[in-house]
Each structure stands twice: as C-alpha cells, then as structure tokens.
Ligand binder design. Structure first.
Ligand code: MG
Length: 241
C-alpha cells in the first residue's frame, strides 16, 4: 500500500483504475452553502433524534448512544440497521465527524451508509484529509469517487440527499443494476451512476440476487461519528417478480 491507496488490487470493470488506486485523481474541493432539510409531509421517519427503537444491532437492540437529538457510534458495538425495509427511495440523513481530529486517511471519522445493507456510500472526515479517491467522503466505496469534494470541517453537520434505484433480479439473474444520485451538502456528487455490485474493501463483488427491499445500515468503523434527521420517501412500488 502506498500512503494513499493501493496498486495491487483488481481493475475496475470498464475503468482505467484499480480498486482504491492511489493514482486516481482527487476530487476537486467545492465549499458548500449553509442550510438544508426538514422532512416533507409524506416522509417515513427512520430517526427523529429521540431513540433507536426503529433500529437493530449485532446483539438485538442497537447499542449506539442517543443524546441531544443525534445518535453516536459506540465503537465495537457493531453496525446498526433499520427495522424498516425499503427499495427505491429518496433518502435524507445528516452526519458529523468528530471535532477532535484523530488519525488520517481511512482512519479519520470513518463510518458508512449502506443502502439495502450492501452498498456503501462512504462517510469519512474528508476535509483536508487525502485518501484514495474511491474511499473519500461520499464515494461509492471502492467504485466511484464523488464528482467533487464538498466536505464541511470536522464537527459540523453535513447532509446526504440520496436518490436510490434498487437492483432488479429475476431468480438468480441480474435484470438491472442499482443506480445512485447523491447530493453532499447540496452539491451533486453522483449523477445516476450504475453500481458495479456490492461494495467492499480491496475488491469489487458481483451482484447476488436479494430481496427487492432491505434495511438502511450505518457502519461502526470505530470512530465517534454522529447521525441525525434520517428519513426517506419511497419512489414507486417495490413489486417485482
Ligand atoms: Mg466506511
């Protein structure tokens, strides 16, 4: 591993880059504006800041801390997932990385937003913190860097607006892949990108047939990352054969 990434990982399909390629260009920095985003009338609230009753953890109930209207990772208690399962959606959430800067690259303010429990949109303190491009904040981990780096400084609340199209399967066969559009702090960072498959470290995984709905999962990567104001709106129906 070089300081910022790897040169011994698989080539990404259809790309000139390897997974976590240290040579892949860094996204340009764009400073975001100030404000966003209360839930609209038809939103399904996944976390309103009061409790984690809608979430499960490794040993049953979610063991993360809730205080002052946010949840915070309790390291080594594991990832947490919504009881709610959903497919195509518009999803909003807010996160904040620790004010106190600890670590560098992937070791600073790392968490993750896993759509359907499988497809990670990276959460990281990517403010003045170089790392491999496909692992910076708002990357589709190991697949796509964001179009730009629109991070706020550590400690400040940041937003993701996710437009998600779930993959479709017929039996064990992939009919259509997952698609993602993402705004980070109101700035477009992915425009209907086609996911190559479930995300992972140092690898790209092939699609494997799964249910048309799944949970939202948040990652315990050992850092004290906070989340608040999490809601989604379903798009269309999830009926499929
Ligand atoms: Mg992560």
């Amino acid at each position: 591993m070089s300081k910022l990434g790897y040169d011994d990982t698989p080539l990404l399909p259809g790309e000139q880059w390897q997974v976590h390629d240290f040579r892949r260009p860094q996204p340009r920095v764009v400073a975001p504006g100030k404000e966003c985003c209360q839930p609209p009338a038809d939103a399904v609230i996944l976390f309103d800041g009061s409790n984690l009753s809608g979430w499960t953890g490794r040993d049953g109930d979610a063991a993360w801390k809730v205080e002052n209207g946010y949840m915070e990772v309790v390291p080594r208690t594991g990832n947490i997932s919504t009881r709610e399962r959903f497919g195509d959606c518009q999803l909003h959430l807010e996160f904040a990385c620790p004010t106190e800067i600890k670590g560098e690259s992937q070791g600073r303010g790392n968490s993750g937003v896993f759509m359907m429990g499988l497809y990670e949109i990276q959460v990281l303190d990517g403010y003045d913190n170089p790392t491999y491009a496909d692992g910076i904040t708002a990357s589709v981990y190991g697949e796509y860097p964001p179009l730009v780096n629109s991070c706020r400084p550590p400690g400040e609340w940041q937003t993701y607006e996710i437009i998600w199209t779930a993959p479709r399967f017929s039996g064990v066969d992939l009919v259509s892949p997952a698609y993602l559009t993402l705004l980070h702090n109101g700035v477009l960072v992915h425009n209907h990108v086609e996911l190559m498959g479930p995300t992972g470290h140092r690898n790209v995984y092939p699609y494997q047939a799964h249910a048309p709905t799944g949970p939202l999962m948040l990652q315990d990567h050992g850092d004290l990352v906070r989340f608040r104001n999490i809601w989604y709106r379903p798009i269309g129906t999830y009926d499929q054969e």
